[in-house]
Design a protein around this ligand. Structure first.
Ligand SMILES: *Cc1c(COP(=O)(O)O)cnc(C)c1O
Length: 480
C-alpha cells in the first residue's frame, strides 16, 4: 500500500534549504489583524526532495494514461498528443507573457491567435471565431447566450431549444442555464433525428436546435440539410456541438451543413492532453449574421498591427478573464500547422477507419444496436452479456485488468448497457487487434467463468468500489 505523504514525514527533514533573507524579522501583529494570524503549528509533511519525487511518481504510475495503454473513451477523443506541441507551449517567450503587456510587445502571440481563429473558421465553415471559452461546455453556454441575445435584438420571444435524445448531457444543461426550456426530439430506428417528430415540435417558440454530427452514436445525420432547412424556415438557429470534429475535419464542415454556431473542443481534436479536468479550450465560431454577438475580445488585424477588438456592438460580453486559455490554443495552432491541410484530413479518415475496423470485428460477439457504418466512434450494447450475468460496468472493470482504459459506458442513454468506443487515429492496427482479442476474451470469460469477471478489477490499487459511497465519502468506500 502506498503511504500518505504525512506518513513519510520525519521531523526536521527538508527538501531544500533557503538562505537567510537578510532583513530583520518584524512582529506580524504590527501589520496584520491578530484575529487573522494562525497560532497553531502547520501540519506540513517534512520530507526530502527524493521522497517527494518518489511519492508523486508512485501516485502518477497508478493512473492510466495514453502513454501507458489504449484509451478508447468514447466522445472524449483520447488521442496521443505529440510532445512537440507541449514543448512549444512552454517556450519562455510564450509562457512568460503577461496578459497586461501592451500589444506592441505581443504582436507574435496576437498573430498566432488571429491565425488560429482563421484556421478554425476554415475547418468549421464559419465566418468568425472567438477563442474565449475555456471548455466545450463553456462554448455551448456562450453559444446559447448568443442565441438568446440574437432573438432579444430581433424582438422575438423564443423560449425553447430542441435537443435530441442522444445528445451529450452538457447540451441541455447549457441551454437550460441560459433560461431555455428543453424539448427532446426522438431518434429514429437508424439512430438519427426523426424528421417527422422534429416537424411536429416546430413552432415560433423554438429558438434553436443543438446537434452534434456525427451524433453520439457515431452516426452521421444523413438528413442534416433537411433539418437545417426546417429550422431556418422556422426562423430558428442551428447549434453544432463540435466535440466530434475528429470525424470530419477536412471532409465536411458544420457551416456547409447549415449550422450557425459551432464550438470546438481543441483539447479533444487538436492536441491537448485532457482527462485530469483541464485546462481546455472551447472556441466558438459563428456565421456572419451573428458576428457582432461574439464574446470579446476577438483578435483582429488593421493592416499594420494585430489588436484586441472589443467593439462588437451586440456582444454577449466577456465569458472568461483575458483572452482564453492561451497555452491550450497554442497547442492547437502548433498541431494544425504541423499536420497541414492534408494531415488534418488524414486524421479524420484514419479515425473513421479505425472505428469501423473495431466495430466490424466486435459486432458478432457484442450487440451493435445501430448497425451502420460509423464515423469516429460506435456504440455496442452489453445486453447479451448481461443476460449471462455480467453487466457493462463489470465488463468495463475487467478491461482494466488488461491495461485498457474502459470505454464510455451507459451513454448515450438510448442504448441499453452502452459501451461507447472511440479508438482515435493515433492507434496502430496491432493495438486495435490486441483490443479486439481482449474484448473477445472477456466475452468468452463471461460465458465460461463469469465469477472471475465479476471480481474485476483485480490489478488496480483498489478493487471494485461502491461508486455512490466513493463519491460521497471517498475514504470509506473501499475496504480491502
Ligand atoms: C466532451 C464533450 C462536451 C463537453 O466538453 P468539455 O470540454 O468537457 O466541457 C460536449 N459535447 C460532447 C459531444 C462531448 O463529447
Amino acid at each position: 500500500m502506498t503511504k500518505l505523504i504525512f506518513e513519510k514525514s520525519k521531523q526536521g527533514r527538508r527538501g531544500c534549504l533557503l538562505p537567510e533573507v537578510g532583513v530583520s524579522e518584524i512582529d506580524p501583529d504590527s501589520i496584520i489583524d491578530s484575529s487573522l494570524i494562525n497560532e497553531e503549528e502547520l501540519m506540513l509533511p517534512e520530507v526530502s526532495e527524493l521522497d517527494i519525487a518518489r511519492h508523486y511518481t508512485e501516485l502518477g504510475n497508478k493512473n492510466h494514461c495514453i502513454e501507458k495503454g489504449f484509451y478508447p473513451l468514447g466522445s472524449c477523443t483520447m488521442k496521443y498528443n505529440p510532445k512537440v506541441n507541449e514543448s512549444l507551449s512552454t517556450l519562455l517567450r510564450f509562457k512568460g507573457l503577461h496578459p497586461y503587456l501592451p500589444i506592441s510587445f505581443t504582436q507574435g502571440a496576437l498573430e498566432l491567435m488571429y491565425e488560429l481563429q482563421n484556421f478554425l473558421a476554415d475547418i468549421t465553415g464559419m465566418d468568425k471565431v472567438s477563442l474565449q471559452p475555456a471548455a466545450g461546455s463553456h462554448g455551448e453556454f456562450a453559444g446559447m447566450l448568443i442565441v438568446k441575445e440574437y432573438f432579444k435584438n430581433k424582438g422575438e420571444n423564443r423560449t425553447k431549444v430542441i435537443v435530441p435524445d442522444s445528445a451529450h448531457g452538457t447540451n441541455p444543461a447549457s441551454a437550460k442555464m441560459c433560461g431555455f426550456e428543453i424539448i427532446e426530439v426522438k431518434s429514429n430506428e437508424k439512430g438519427q433525428v426523426d424528421i417527422e417528430k422534429l416537424k411536429e415540435l416546430i413552432n415560433e417558440d423554438i429558438a434553436a436546435i443543438m446537434l452534434t454530427n456525427p451524433n453520439t452514436l457515431g452516426i452521421f445525420e444523413e438528413n442534416i440539410t433537411e433539418i437545417s432547412k426546417i429550422m431556418h424556415d422556422n426562423g430558428s438557429l442551428l447549434y453544432y456541438d463540435g466535440a466530434n470534429l475528429n470525424a470530419i475535419m477536412g471532409i465536411a464542415r458544420p457551416g456547409d451543413m447549415g449550422f450557425d454556431i459551432v464550438h470546438i473542443n481543441t483539447h479533444k481534436t487538436l492536441s491537448t492532453p485532457h482527462g485530469g479536468g483541464g485546462p481546455g479550450a472551447g472556441p466558438i465560431g459563428v456565421k456572419k449574421k451573428l458576428e457582432d454577438y461574439l464574446p470579446v475580445p476577438t483578435v483582429d488585424f488593421n493592416g499594420e498591427n494585430f489588436y484586441l477588438k472589443y467593439e462588437h456592438p451586440k456582444t454577449i460580453g466577456k465569458v472568461r478573464s483575458f483572452y482564453g486559455n492561451f497555452g491550450v490554443l497554442l497547442r492547437a495552432y502548433a498541431y494544425i500547422l504541423s499536420m497541414g491541410k492534408e494531415g488534418v484530413r488524414q486524421v479524420s479518415m484514419d479515425a473513421v477507419l479505425n472505428a469501423n475496423y473495431l466495430k466490424e470485428k466486435l459486432k458478432g460477439t457484442y450487440l451493435l444496436p445501430y448497425d451502420y457504418s460509423c464515423m469516429h466512434e460506435f456504440v455496442l450494447s452489453g445486453d447479451k452479456q448481461k443476460e449471462q450475468g455480467v453487466n457493462t460496468l463489470c465488463i468495463a472493470k475487467r478491461m482494466m485488468d488488461y491495461n485498457v482504459h474502459p470505454p464510455t459506458v451507459y451513454f448515450p442513454l438510448i442504448v441499453h448497457e452502452a459501451l461507447m468506443i472511440e479508438p482515435t487515429e493515433t492507434e496502430s492496427k496491432e493495438v486495435l487487434d490486441e483490443f479486439i482479442e481482449i474484448m473477445l476474451k472477456i466475452a468468452k470469460e463471461i460465458e465460461e467463468k463469469p465469477e472471475e469477471v465479476l471480481k474485476a478489477p483485480t490489478k488496480t490499487p483498489v478493487g471494485k468500489i461502491d461508486e455512490v459511497l466513493a463519491a460521497k465519502k471517498p475514504n470509506t468506500a473501499y475496504k480491502k
